[in-house]
Design a protein around this ligand. Structure first.
Ligand code: UDX
Length: 440
């Protein structure tokens, strides 16, 4: 199939590469010339396991191309995937200008049947707006070219995006046009294992499904974080509580880990946007989600609080080793990362920091700018030198089994503040550490 993917950000690039991988002829469009140049020369602008190999393989096979030429892109694909950004604007609602601009370009330039597939996470009702924008462009030039609009939200997890695309749990297709539905079924057939995972809904339900799934997951996390804070006060261990809860199949073990708050490009943005949409478009006050958001904002300060409780409010002259900066492992993404709040809390209290992250340090430097009070170490152990405590913010695998003897030798005092519950408290304490974890 001939496919155009508009936007070579995270979602667009992963979708484009995976669609090419199964044999499609994919052209990716981006207006950012530098990005396209990097992609054409085999580089990729983001860190995502497996993606670079896949891009290179498909470029070499002649199935994956990149362009900045809008007319060529619209001409190319029967399927036009819109995967451009929908950044939150000042009030938290998703900014739709890039999605609608892409739709207008398609309407302005198309000469044959197109299926316009919305991949970007967009407010409910966007498929209708995309439809109207294309209709308007066609009307303006007196054309009557047929087209359909499909809402096909992505459920990719950063760090596992390629795997998630290649082996999806479900594929949601929000459409009413029979021809488009048939095409979508054919498109996704190679990604179905042993059973049909494609769910056809109307466009609005598909759009809401994406927000609903992310909001539910965020709710589980905030719930567990509040429970962890409670367990700590009551002398219970949230890790035991988690296992007891998870054994109920209605609850399940997945996504039940308390920590120092959720971050990333999706949960914070989608929770905010859903609250906003409900209020603005439906006059509804989503009380549960508002609480989820508040709880998460508070949780991002939990590590800072614990440190100050132990060492005092004034941290001037104190130095901290921070392990993990990315909002979660296997990504260099710093968006809404809990590490940002922790660093701000530490600096505001007068401390200095040496941080280590396996892949996110240059991104962190870019985000944090020139900050002399934050240094970066080349190895986890190098970060420890002379620190008053080790603070763990992201659960990278390489932090899971450290050399505690070495830790003790390098730290000024044996204090570990762990925002991800990586270790058995009894074990770490038996190694002579003061160990502050979450909810235990
Ligand atoms: C999420 C959804 O999982 C994905 O389906 C959707 O398409 C996009 O948003 P992502 O943001 O990549 O994906 O990360 P995810 O692995 O879901 O983690 C989100 C945040 O929740 C991270 O900050 C993570 O540390 C936190 N988290 C996750 C917890 O605190 N506890 C958990 O049990 C799980």
């Amino acid at each position: 199939m001939k496919i155009t993917v508009i936007g070579t950000g995270y979602v667009g690039l992963v979708s484009g590469a995976c669609l090419a991988e199964v044999g499609n002829d994919v052209l990716c469009l981006d207006l950012d010339q530098e990005k396209i140049r990097v992609l054409e020369t085999g580089g990729i602008p983001i860190y995502e396991p497996g993606l670079q190999d896949m891009v290179q393989r498909n470029v070499a096979a002649g199935r994956l191309h990149f362009t900045t030429d809008v007319a060529r892109a619209v001409q190319h694909g029967t399927l036009q995937f819109i995967a451009v950004g929908t950044p939150p604007d000042e009030d938290g609602s998703a900014d739709m200008q890039y999605v609608l601009a892409a739709a207008r370009n398609i309407g302005r330039l198309m000469t044959d049947y197109k299926v316009v597939v919305n991949k970007s996470t967009v407010p409910v009702g966007t498929a209708d707006k995309v439809h109207a924008a294309i209709a308007d462009e066609l009307r303006q030039r007196g054309a009557q070219t047929p087209y359909a609009v499909v809402s096909n939200p992505e459920f990719l997890k950063e760090g596992a995006a390629v795997e998630d695309f290649m082996r999806p749990d479900r594929i949601i297709v929000g459409a009413s046009d029979e021809r488009a539905i048939l095409l979508m079924r054919a498109l996704y057939a190679p990604f179905q294992r042993n059973r049909d995972r494609l769910v056809v809904t109307d466009a609005r339900s598909a759009e809401l499904t994406k927000y609903a799934a992310n909001a539910m997951l965020a709710t589980r996390i905030s719930f567990m974080n509040e429970l962890a804070n409670l367990a700590e006060k009551l002398g219970a261990d949230i890790e035991m509580v988690r296992q007891g809860m998870g054994s109920d199949p209605r609850i399940g073990y997945h996504f039940l880990y308390p920590g120092c708050g959720y971050g990333g490009s999706c949960f914070p943005k989608d929770v905010k946007a859903l609250i906003k949409t409900a209020a603005a478009d439906a006059g509804l006050n989503l009380k549960v989600l508002t609480a989820v958001e508040d709880a998460n904002a508070a949780q991002k300060h939990v590590l800072g609080h614990k440190i100050k409780q132990r060492l005092g409010e004034d941290l001037s002259g104190r130095h901290f080793a921070v392990w993990g900066l990315a909002f979660k492992p296997n990504t260099d993404d710093m968006r809404e990362a809990p590490s940002l709040e922790l660093l701000a809390d530490l600096l505001a209290a007068g401390a200095t920091v040496t941080a280590y992250d396996p892949v996110a340090m240059s991104e962190a430097q870019r985000v944090l700018g020139d900050e002399p009070r934050i240094r970066y170490a080349q190895t986890p152990n190098e970060a420890l030198e002379g620190a008053d405590a080790l603070v763990i913010v992201t659960e990278w695998k390489e932090f899971r089994s450290p050399d505690f003897e070495l830790l003790k030798a390098r730290l000024k005092q044996p204090l570990i503040v762990d925002g991800r519950n990586l270790y058995d408290p009894a074990w770490v304490r038996s190694q002579g550490f003061d160990y502050l974890a979450i909810g235990r």
